[in-house]
Design a protein around this ligand. Sequence first.
Ligand SMILES: [Zn+2]
Length: 301
Amino acid sequence: MHPNYGVIQSCASADAAYAHCGATGVLGWGKEGHYAICKIAEEYLSEGALLAVKQLLPDSAGGDLAELCSWADEIRWHFHWSSALHYVDTPDFKCNYDYCRDCHDSYGHKDRCVTGAIYNYTMQLKSAYADTKSELKYNLTEALLFLSHFVGDVHQPLHAGFTGDLGGNTIMVRWYRRKANLHHVWDNMIIDSALKTFYDSELKVMIQAIQKNITDIWSNDVTDWEHCAHNYTACPDWYASESVSLACKFAYRNATPGSTLEDDYFLSRLPIVEKRLAQGGVRLAATLNRIFDSQPRIAQA
Ligand SMILES: [Zn+2]
């Protein structure tokens, strides 16, 4: 077991984590998508959470979580065991998600998927902050960086895509004139095309536009987005269910192997991508606030 991957939730077996897992080439939102999610999250952090985040960040981040939001992708080849934690594959054409059925790696090792990883790193951070007297068992800087990245990944619809096509990785299409696989279209190409077409190639401008939508057309939805039922600290199962549903309705639709995706696809899917970036950011902040604002528990007699 890798020392920084503990045991997680409900259907977790005691041997929840393993070294050596298969790499599939799945990465997650590209650098821009992850940067945007963490940047949006920063705006919604409570004072206490912001302070805790800054204390955990290494100096190289300059106090900015967004700078290290893609760290988990950069170290994938070094921390090979972490590859399976970027996604959860669901049964072909089912369009639904079930933690106990779906959260495992390609060897069938339970809890090794993006939702399991979110529970795991939430638990690591929360247990350390809820009981300051407890011995530090985990590398909390890594836990923060993994959590911030994986909350982003679980919002990319094809990170809860079908097992048979590896979340769209084996579906080759054309994105306008360029060859690409469908997963990459959703990780990068839609965002890249949006930057060029609408935002003057400035990520900052795109992030500002999304932030404006959050306080404007989506303002009535933000409380719902932040909500986590049953007083849970993290709610990744809900986000994965939304993702596979969006994968069926938008990502896979009209994107069969060999098809050319152009304006029709781009302009109808971009609003989905922008909303997922917004939800990812708001929910990352809500999760970190719940972790770091929790009061130390009083031991019961
Ligand atoms: Zn990723």
